[in-house]
Design a protein around this ligand. Structure first.
Ligand code: 0L1
Ligand code: MG
Length: 263
């Protein structure tokens, strides 16, 4: 099969899987040529498809697989990235129905909003912080289109790094108001602590993960644009969601964010 047909085929299958809430098997089994580079081309195609079909637009990006635990889970040593669309953003305080999801999970993250474009190569943590207008607590709802979250790095990249929805807290902080490495986080489900962590869980510093992405984006001529939001990666393991669950993530120095789920 020629390369453009492979890209098109996988992107359409992922699009349909999300729309019909069905899972797919790993694509690497059917397309051994699917590596990370090809998978990012599938991701771009999938995003084009969604923007066209759902009349939405790109509002930012996300890092995935930033923690050692998640990387070990699929046997890789590097993270992935994906795209955030306007249609994925939810407002804090609004109950979230789990009905559009396949088997969603929720995870606590720090969101960065940029006031300046960042373009690789050689982007540093300092450059990321200088280009950041503000940071805020965030929750990402991830939902893999793969059966039982069973995928390789290339599969996950093609699937837009398991992105589904995101919520950003409405109080904003300057990144130099806190030490993002040492920032503690407590994640609760229904009032009970389920995970704790610190910013350093994200590649030693959440801004390092974003710098890594900015440098990778250069390969395809892309950049982080002024006004975009970036979810820097989960600070702890993700949590499964049941209807009626209520989650909160509290971050040292920047407050908390909450989400309530319904049928
Ligand atoms: O945001 C994430 O870390 C998700 C990346 C893909 C891996 C997963 O589905 O856990
Ligand atoms: Mg995430």
């Amino acid at each position: 099969m020629i390369k453009t047909d492979v890209i098109d085929q996988i992107a359409h299958e992922l699009y349909e899987a999300e729309k019909t809430q069905t899972t797919v098997g790993k694509f690497v089994d059917r397309y051994p040529e699917l590596d990370a580079d090809l998978a990012y081309q599938v991701q771009d195609r999938l995003i084009d498809l969604k923007c066209k079909e759902e009349k939405t637009r790109i509002v930012g990006r996300k890092l995935g697989l930033t923690s050692k635990a998640k990387q070990q889970m699929i046997g890789v040593h590097e993270p992935s990235y994906g795209v955030l669309l306007e249609s994925m953003q939810l407002m804090e305080g609004e109950p979230i129905s789990i009905s559009p999801f396949i088997h969603a999970k929720v995870e606590p993250e720090i969101a960065f909003v940029f006031h300046k474009e960042v373009r690789g190569p050689h982007v540093t943590v300092a450059e990321i912080l200088a280009a950041t207008a503000y940071i805020a607590p965030a929750l990402e709802i991830i939902d893999s289109r793969f059966e039982k979250f069973n995928f390789t790095l290339a599969d996950a990249i093609a699937d837009n790094s398991s992105s589904s929805r995101f919520i950003i807290g409405e109080r904003f902080y300057k990144p130099d108001e806190v030490d993002l490495r040492l920032m503690g986080m407590v994640f609760k489900r229904n009032g009970e602590v389920i995970e704790t962590g610190a910013g350093a869980a994200v590649m030693g510093h959440p801004a390092r993960a974003i710098a890594w992405m900015a440098n990778k984006l250069r390969k395809t001529g892309q950049s982080i644009k002024a006004g975009e939001v970036v979810l820097s990666g989960a600070i702890s393991a993700s949590a499964t969601i049941a209807p009626g669950d209520y989650f909160s993530a509290s971050f040292d120095g920047i407050g908390s964010i909450e989400a309530k789920f319904t049928e």
